[in-house]
Design a protein around this ligand. Structure first.
Ligand SMILES: Cc1cc2nc3c(=O)[nH]c(=O)nc-3n(C[C@H](O)[C@H](O)[C@H](O)COP(=O)(O)OP(=O)(O)OC[C@H]3O[C@@H](n4cnc5c(N)ncnc54)[C@H](O)[C@@H]3O)c2cc1C
Length: 575
């Protein structure tokens, strides 16, 4: 058994920022950071558009309250407003800190950090490093981790959260390089394992975004909050689903249909292309459904619409959003200076997650906590995004709540002893699990089963939902889950067995998908990203509540938890 004072699972922005904070507060605290990828290959590195903060560099009338209002309205009033106030009040300070750590933000002529427009934000407040913001921040954080002496366990896959008698004690880990299985115990365990885009068939997320931390928490008895809220980003590049950042619209690009019309004027006339993502994704889906999408040969009735940058000119495109130009050029052969890009909605972000309070402590219920368990970043739900996240608020959440959770943990571990558990028991059962997978004599290939599951989720729990399609989806995923017992692996080895990792990830994908569908079925209203054709309005009387879903092999239990409303009363949400 290995041991460290603090175990952080996840090397993205949230995990790295927490680790740094702990070390800054007390360098003698022994911190381990574990990731199944190399930390700088975490999905955070792919973030493009930027990070929001009311710095007032471009717009002197901005302030944290305006940022908070935009965020809460964007969330369709489901965000916890105390958490949003902390997010938006801390924002300017954490950006300055990042810049002092060495992050190279883009600048204005006067030398101040530049800020651009972003969907749903009423002021220009998104700070950026061209369209490679995540890359710029994560690289700096990871080099600082090394400087502060954090123990980095890279390419170790966490198989299980060890949680006994309401206390998180450690993790079971598998070394991808050589198949070694071990446990690690710690006084505090933090999950910063990112999102679950791979539960769906078209996503902007990387291959590692399989919802492992969410599933492992659920398997250990921790509820998951608001999982029905899946963000579809309006502009995934067709057909690959790769993200074309909202920064492109922030810099002035148009969305046009097969008739050449800027159709957003029919859906959000005051914000046009910069309406929030849920509204813009629905608008694109409705245009495509109405036959005003485009085919690859340019004829109408096809599966995508156009994102048109041509009027912006080469110089602006190449200086502000060079990476997006390059993506379209490399992946689909489009030169966006001269041709419009084909786009359609793609699964992008997970608003729900492991429920935490504003100190990053994981909740077991509306009024109780799990001892020694913490979480931040995309896998956590604090909830600052409610039913719909605004662009550039997620990197901000990772940094603000990563830092805050780090502070809580640094306090928490003082005078605590390392917990005890029967390590051999966990190692034996993990070995058995791996052996069973390797020795399976089934007929079903993992890639095929995963594809069918992802197709099922996309079809039955997409941008628009109904009772009937979701119920059918649940029946189908039960059949697909049963097929898992009939899989087989070609690779029986212990060295870089990525097929085995995919098999373990598929268990997580399936559990997370089940929880998303069950939570969505229970919410009989439309709010933010959760749009039901059979319950088309928001119902504050019954559903101004968070969902808490408790998983067990027998089924999923749903409970509700009140929303904190202490700044702005819910209003109708129009743009
Ligand atoms: C293409 C793209 C562009 C985006 N652009 C923006 C943007 O401009 N602005 C913005 O605010 N947000 C943006 N987002 C969202 C934002 O980037 C993410 O929400 C955020 O970076 C998530 O950070 P994280 O630290 O929570 O997790 P991640 O960066 O996803 O890191 C997760 C970590 O957990 C590890 N891990 C997971 N499971 C296991 C396991 N079983 N065992 C061991 N390790 C594990 C992974 O290896 C990884 O290190 C974008 C997202 C995408 C996909």
């Amino acid at each position: 058994m290995r041991e460290h004072d603090v175990i952080i699972v996840g090397g993205g922005l949230a995990g790295c920022r927490a680790a740094l904070e702990i070390k800054r507060i007390d360098p003698t605290i022994d911190v381990a950071l574990i990731a199944k990828t190399h930390p700088i290959r975490s999905h955070s590195v792919a973030a493009q558009g930027g990070i929001a903060a009311a710095l007032k560099n471009v717009d002197p009338n901005d302030d944290w309250k305006a940022h908070a209002f935009d965020t809460i309205k964007g969330s369709d009033y489901l965000a916890d407003q105390d958490a949003v106030a902390i997010l938006t009040q801390s924002a300017p300070e954490v950006i300055i800190e990042l810049e002092q750590m060495g992050v190279l933000f883009s600048r204005l002529e006067n030398g101040k950090i530049a800020q651009r427009a972003f969907g749903g934000h009423s002021h220009n407040r998104t700070c950026y490093a061209a369209d490679k913001t995540g890359h710029a921040i994560l690289h700096e954080l990871v080099s600082n981790l090394r400087r502060y002496g954090v123990h980095i366990y890279e390419e170790w896959y966490i198989m299980q959260l060890i949680l006994e008698e309401g206390e998180a004690k450690g993790v079971v880990m598998y070394h991808i390089r050589d198949g070694e299985i071990d446990t690690m115990r710690g006084k505090a365990v933090m999950f910063a394992t990112g999102g679950y885009g791979r539960v769906f068939n078209t996503t902007s997320n990387d291959y590692a975004s399989t919802g492992d931390g969410l599933a492992m928490s659920a398997f250990a008895g921790v509820p998951l909050e608001d999982m029905e809220f899946v963000q579809f980003h309006p502009t995934g590049l067709y057909p690959v689903g790769v993200l074309i950042s909202e920064a492109v619209r922030g810099e002035g690009a148009y969305l046009i249909n097969s008739e050449g019309k800027r159709f957003m004027e029919d859906y959000a006339p005051s914000r046009m292309e910069l309406a929030p993502r849920d509204i813009t994704s629905r608008a694109i889906t409705l245009e495509i459904r109405a036959g005003r999408g485009v085919h690859l040969d340019g004829s109408p009735g096809g599966p995508f619409v156009y994102l048109d940058l041509r009027h912006m000119g080469k110089e602006k495109i190449m200086s502000r959003i060079p990476f997006c130009w390059e993506e379209a050029h490399r992946l689909v052969g489009i030169d966006a200076v001269y041709e419009p890009m084909p786009v359609r909605p793609t699964v992008h972000y997970c608003m729900g997650g492991i429920p935490v309070n504003t100190d990053g402590q994981v909740r077991l219920s509306a009024d109780s906590l799990v001892t020694g368990f913490f979480s931040a970043g995309e896998c956590a739900c604090v909830s600052v995004h409610g039913a719909n996240r605004l662009g550039s608020n997620s990197l901000l959440e990772c940094v603000v709540y990563g830092r805050r959770t780090g502070r809580t943990i640094a306090q928490y571990v003082i005078d605590r002893k390392l917990p005890d558990f029967d390590s051999q028991k966990y190692v034996n059962s993990a070995r058995q699990r791996v052996e069973d997978l390797l020795n399976h004599q089934g007929t079903v290939r993992i890639a095929k089963l995963r594809q069918e599951f992802q197709d099922c989720m996309t079809y039955h729990c997409g941008v628009f939902r109904t009772q009937e399609t979701m119920q059918e989806g649940i029946n189908q995923i039960n059949n697909l889950k049963a097929q898992y017992d009939n899989i087989y692996l070609d690779d029986k080895g212990g060295c870089w067995n990525t097929e085995l990792i995919e098999a373990l990830e598929l268990q997580c994908i399936m559990a997370v998908g089940d929880i998303i569908l069950t939570s969505a079925l229970n919410r009989k209203e439309s709010r933010g990203a959760h749009c039901r054709e059979d319950f088309s309005t928001r119902d504050d009387g019954n559903f101004l509540q968070h969902t808490l879903a408790y998983y067990s092999p027998q089924g999923i239990d749903i409970k509700l938890m009140p929303v904190v409303v202490d700044l702005f009363e819910p209003q109708e949400r129009k743009y």
